[in-house]
Write a protein that binds this ligand. Sequence first.
Ligand SMILES: Cc1cc2nc3c(=O)[nH]c(=O)nc-3n(C[C@H](O)[C@H](O)[C@H](O)COP(=O)(O)OP(=O)(O)OC[C@H]3O[C@@H](n4cnc5c(N)ncnc54)[C@H](O)[C@@H]3O)c2cc1C
Length: 591
Amino acid sequence: MLTDQGAKNWRLCCGSLPGSIREDTLGKDSRVVRTDVLVIGAGAAGIRAAIEAKKQGVETLLVAKGGLGESGSTFYPNGWGWGFQASLGIVDKKDTPGEHLQDILEASLDMCDESLAEILAREAPERIKDLIDYGLEFDKRNGEYVQNYGCFNKRPRAFIVTGMDKIRRFFTGAVRNHSIRVMQNTMVVDLILQEDTCVGAVGVDARGQVVVFEAKSVVMATGGGGNLFLFNLNTPDITGDGQAIAFRAGAELANLEFFQIGFGVLYPVEKTLFEGLLFRHKPRLYNGVQREFIKDYLPSGVDMEECFRFRAAHMPFSTRDVSKYIDIASFREVIEGRSGPHGGILIDLTNVSRGALRANPSEEAWWSQVKARGFDPTKELMEVTLHVHALNGGLRINERTETSVPGLYAAGEVAAGPHGADRPGGNMMPATQVFGARAGEFAAKRAKSMKRYCAKKKIAEELEVSIQQMMRRKDGVLVKDAKDRIQKIMWENVLVGRREENLAHCLSTLSRIEQRELPELAISNTDELFDALALSNMVQLGKMMVTAARARRESRGSHHRDDYPKMDKNAGRSVVFRREGEEITYHSEHL
Ligand SMILES: Cc1cc2nc3c(=O)[nH]c(=O)nc-3n(C[C@H](O)[C@H](O)[C@H](O)COP(=O)(O)OP(=O)(O)OC[C@H]3O[C@@H](n4cnc5c(N)ncnc54)[C@H](O)[C@@H]3O)c2cc1C
């Protein structure tokens, strides 16, 4: 069941940092940058939005916290490439957008916005054609495009791009070819509101200079929030900023309890995905005292071989089948202190032949990656643990990608709706392209009919003062220490096996960090600035994730409650968060 069906309130606390800045806020001098459409985030979604806005003939500015082609999950350096689901029916002639939609709905378990899922399935074929037209080379075999099955998909629909360098070159080239103005290494800290309408943003560059962006429309495309967790497969800039920033401005958030968790490698190649398909070889899993532990966790009647068979079918953890016992057992062994030397569990594939380990294209891609780093899994044991991979929930958007804040659009992993409790593998990339293109188009059309807001000269003082205070503070809280505490408490309590008492403990710890540590942060140089400014976003989003997980007293898809292990058919509505003045409320509804 879902608890607290009515609204629940608590106060919004932004630590030492500003909430969304009202136009009458006074500040000191700052650099002002003007544009029609401001796109925040330069992953696949932000770049696609910027291309579309530019094509509409409006001034477009792309701002990224990291470097172009380096920041965000789109360019995750330890990845092998991408899968992109689009029902063009090349390999399987019977595949249609309708079939694609059915797969999304089945994976979603009632948690997605069906109209957004339908748009995703219908428009993915057009958007992949755009990418091909722009010059992205998808893999071919014997002159035909390859299409693989992805997790939770019934037909071979995933187009493949192998090689992160190829992806990087393509997107940086696309930005250049469309003459899109870019500001890299610049972090947006808050949105600027004029009478509750978004009219720009305020940020800071890597040297610590505050920048005010004046814009007619703003697109949020800041990706997910993997760095809220100790172990994650995201680049370090992905800290849930967009979700928290837009929420402070009045946007709604939904489905925060659903995110993808999968095995990542701790040794010998850190922060690399463990290819889920390898579970089909039924590897031996040992804890730190060399005990094969999985069978200790299997209820009577559940067969270990069946667990491995299901586990090989999907990379992310899901409560939908018996494969869940592998993740639950592995996580519990680590949490209870029986981990290996690198903090994980050991996977033994040494009894599998090299040929068998490379029999499938996904395995082959994984094999090449680990071999390139000098590791041979047929000779040595690997150490793995659960890592956070991608969020399924985020900012609530409509079909035009509008959030509930006028002038603010959202696309890509930051946005909720197209995905639900589980997400079919290879569906986030099409989501970045389908909703990125829509966001760019609608934001540009709006910009054409709007006057540009003119920032008050001193609008950024609060941020400048906040930065100066952190720089001057001598014996304050170290950014690294506060970040470590947030990541550890989130990873230990909000992965699998969520329990009421653990979630309550996590929430109170986050509140304590927010109230006692964030106002006392000290930074010694500007290298720490982005991390320091991200901490309040991490805490605010983390608190809402925990609250959503607490409210959902059942297990569904990627959300596993140890104390409520079954799915409750009466809980098929999403948890939606809303800001009302200084209060945060949440309720449940169908998206
Ligand atoms: C290892 C791995 C493999 C994956 N494989 C697949 C796959 O095969 N198929 C699939 O569909 N999906 C896959 N995913 C998921 C998919 O890659 C991501 O969901 C997707 O790339 C997100 O794109 P995005 O543009 O929304 O965000 P990102 O690519 O994460 O980009 C976010 C951008 O926002 C910027 N940013 C963040 N905060 C701020 C701020 N405050 N101010 C300014 N800029 C900011 C970042 O610097 C970055 O430029 C995978 C994910 C991972 C981690």
